[in-house]
Design a protein around this ligand. Structure first.
Ligand code: IPM
Ligand code: MG
Length: 355
């Protein structure tokens, strides 16, 4: 197969971890006979520094013309502590999601047998967890208008807006995913308080009869925040709005014991985007110590969700599991054993794929 992949390394450790995923993708291409070409673009703080814009048109053109986007991380401390900054790296990410039509963010949470003891939660609660969030990504309070301040600057407001159509398209993805899994769908909302949440619940209730094999549960977001860490095995597929999904998916990442390992996919149009859920980790930037496995597993999701190539995705998961089992890992998960460099882990994974 021919694949054009847009690479957006972004800020902080982004370039280092994306470079390792590229090694792995190239090894997969060689092993399975795919023609893979990469084109790189700027996004985030590095794009602001170079062009003044966190998501320049040139980057959008590269993404729009690609078959899939592999993305590292964005963010820089110089913007985090300056609430008055006019241009922010995060705006680039939001605009990219919107312009590429990526309305669904798929974030799986699973455990690795060799790492499960690293979770701060009790082993019997987390061992074998396998759940996935479908977070709505281009609507809700992240994009709703009006937003801003009154003239005196003493009052600020954001608006949460959802249309039925936005809910339907996200919910259908959740139902379909549940059909291929354990057939349990949880609609997470705040329907006891919010009008948008009542529209979510009503819409999901209307769709449910079309998926008779899927059991649907409705839970309030505050209760889910609690049950998710108490009984994570009670969940299979969860669907939710943008802000609730942002918060709950960070919480869910704790279950696996290592945020550095969790991948994600953003879907919705022809071009799909794949990224690790961790941030730009500026303290580690340039040190060759960051864990590249979340990005490598995002590349596995790219083969699976982006190209429908399950065998290739499986081959990547297998070498990642092997590196964990053999302890060929970075310092964050080395646990007193030898810690390898980011680049060494990438080389090792690529060599194992071709072995
Ligand atoms: C995420 C991040 C982003 C979000 C930020 C960086 C804008 O937290 O992808 O979850 O809030 O969506
Ligand atoms: Mg987030």
């Amino acid at each position: 197969m021919e694949m054009n992949i847009a690479l957006l390394p972004g800020d902080g450790i982004g370039p280092e971890v994306v470079a390792q995923a590229v090694k792995v993708v190239q090894a997969i291409g060689q092993k399975f006979g795919h023609q893979i070409t990469f084109k790189e673009g700027l996004v985030g703080a590095c794009a602001i520094d170079a062009t003044g814009d966190p998501y320049p048109d040139a980057t959008h053109e590269i993404c729009a013309a690609s078959d899939a986007v592999l993305f590292g991380a964005i963010g820089d401390p110089k913007y985090d502590n300056d609430p008055k900054a006019k241009v922010r790296p995060e705006q680039g990410l939001l605009r990219m999601r919107q312009k590429l039509g990526l309305f669904a963010n798929v974030r799986p949470t699973f455990t690795f047998p060799s790492l499960v003891h690293k979770s701060p939660l009790k082993l019997d609660r987390v061992d074998g967890v396998d759940l996935v969030f479908f977070r709505e990504l281009t609507g809700g309070i992240y994009f709703g208008e009006p937003r801003g301040r009154n003239e005196q600057g003493t009052k600020a407001f954001d608006t949460n807006v959802y249309t039925k159509e936005e809910i339907v398209r996200l919910a259908r993805m959740g139902f379909e995913a549940a059909q291929g899994r354990r057939k349990l769908l949880t609609c997470v909302d705040k329907a006891n308080v919010m009008a948008t949440s009542r529209l979510w619940r009503e819409t999901v209730q209307e769709l449910a009869p079309e998926y008779p094999d899927v059991k649907v549960e409705y839970e309030f977001v505050d209760a889910v925040a609690m049950r998710l860490i108490q009984w994570p095995k009670a969940y299979d597929v969860l669907i939710t709005e943008n802000l609730f999904g942002d918060i709950l998916t960070d919480e869910a990442s704790v279950i696996s014991g290592s945020m550095g390992l969790m991948p994600s996919a953003s879907l919705g149009s022809k071009v799909k985007l794949f990224e690790p859920i961790h941030g730009s980790y500026p303290q580690a930037a340039g040190k060759d110590i960051a864990n590249p496995l979340g990005t490598v597993l995002s590349a596995a999701m790219m083969f699976d969700y982006g190209f429908g190539l399950k065998e290739e995705a499986q081959a990547i998961s297998e070498v990642v599991n092997l590196s964990l089992a053999e302890g060929f890992v970075t310092e964050d998960i080395a646990e007193g054993g030898k810690a390898y460099k980011t680049s060494e882990v990438g080389d090792w994974l690529a060599a194992k794929i071709l072995a």
